[in-house]
Design a protein around this ligand. Structure first.
Ligand code: GFB
Length: 313
């Protein structure tokens, strides 16, 4: 269903504005005539229900982008299941309930493509949700994100709240986490290939077999899709946000090495987990509403590498 929501002169709270997605949403909102509200950890701990309620009661935002989350790559997800489940449940429950209590007109919750069953038919449609077992390396994070979708649906059903959910595919871009233990694959490969080039190493190592397939979307495209959905979509069902660009981890490594300028050998490490074998989303629902991505993977990696060099190297 199409809805129409104007951001014009609205007070718009971006929860998670220091993260990769939240900061991209803040950048994107700069071209809307709205007032952007943010709150750092020093102001409000999003896991603290009383603090979140008090902040919402005082600031009274009109719209909310819920981009705050405990996130990480395959190893972090697998190593800290309690943090990924508890932190994300608390953050989303506190914000959604406070938004309802203070009469927020529209809220957009952001999830992840890992909500779908490990062996879901590809490309994964929205109706694949809860049709089979989850991928074990990230089921804790996935359960929390599924709860977030269901919270939005429940508040819509019981209270008529205009709360929607978007499910981005694997994201990358400026502001990403480049820590090798906790990052996702793309920032890890950029950092490893760069370090190998600088050190004159003959090899670069990738985790797992290199055969898993992943779909990647630049975070600025994701932010644009979020603003588009905020303005144009008002319904109970969540919406996939993907690029349709799928690539194997090995091919991705070759592409990153080419962009970074590392000419050595790529070595796989099968002792590390592969995770889900394939994770391509069907974004037909979003495309059907009239949105499409703009950033090609090669160009997106090149600009991300430049931002990595500016910030870290
Ligand atoms: O991006 P990633 O950590 O997360 O890993 P997932 C994707 C694939 O890249 C896996 C491989 O097959 C990894 O084994 N890989 C190869 C590497 N080298 C590396 C490396 O150096 N670092 C990392 N991190 N991976 C996450 C979920 O799954 O996706 C989250 O755990 C979330 O819950 C996120 O949904 C979007 O795509 O496997």
């Amino acid at each position: 269903m199409k809805g129409e929501f104007s951001l014009e002169t609205k007070r718009v709270f971006v929860a998670g504005h220091r993260g990769m997605v939240g900061s991209a949403i803040v950048r994107r909102l700069a071209s809307e005539n709205c007032e952007i509200l943010t709150a750092g950890r020093d102001v409000m701990d999003l896991k603290d229900q009383a603090a979140v309620r008090a902040w919402f009661a005082a600031e009274k935002p009109d719209a909310v982008f819920l981009a705050a989350a405990k996130v990480g790559g395959i190893l972090a997800n697998d190593t800290y299941p309690a943090d990924f489940l508890y932190d994300n449940l608390m953050i989303e429950a506190n914000i959604i309930e406070a938004a309802y209590r203070t009469g927020v007109e529209k809220l957009m919750f952001l999830g992840s493509s890992c909500i779908y069953p490990r062996m879901a038919p590809q490309p994964m449609r929205e109706d694949a949700l809860l049709t089979g077992p989850l991928e074990p390396t990230n089921e804790w994070y996935a359960i929390a994100k599924i709860a977030g979708i269901k919270l939005c649906e429940a508040y819509r059903k019981q209270h008529g709240s205009d709360f929607i959910s978007g499910m981005p595919t694997n994201l990358y871009g400026p502001g990403d986490n480049f820590d090798l233990q906790s990052s996702h694959v793309l920032p890890a490969l950029i950092r490893k290939a760069h370090a190998a080039k600088v050190a004159g190493d003959s090899t670069v190592q990738v985790w797992g077999t290199g055969s898993p397939l992943r779909e990647f979307l630049h975070v600025d495209d994701c932010a644009d899709a979020c603003v588009f959905l905020m303005k144009n979509y008002s319904d109970a069902g969540h919406v996939n946000i993907g690029s349709g660009q799928e690539i194997s981890i090995l091919e991705l490594t070759r592409l990153v090495c080419e962009i970074v300028g590392f000419e050595g050998e790529i070595v796989t490490d099968p002792s590390k987990p592969d995770g889900t074998p394939r994770k391509l989303m069907d974004s037909g629902k979003l495309l059907g509403l009239g949105w499409k991505p703009a950033i090609e993977l090669r160009d997106g990696i090149a600009t991300t590498y430049r931002s990595f060099l500016a910030e870290y190297a």
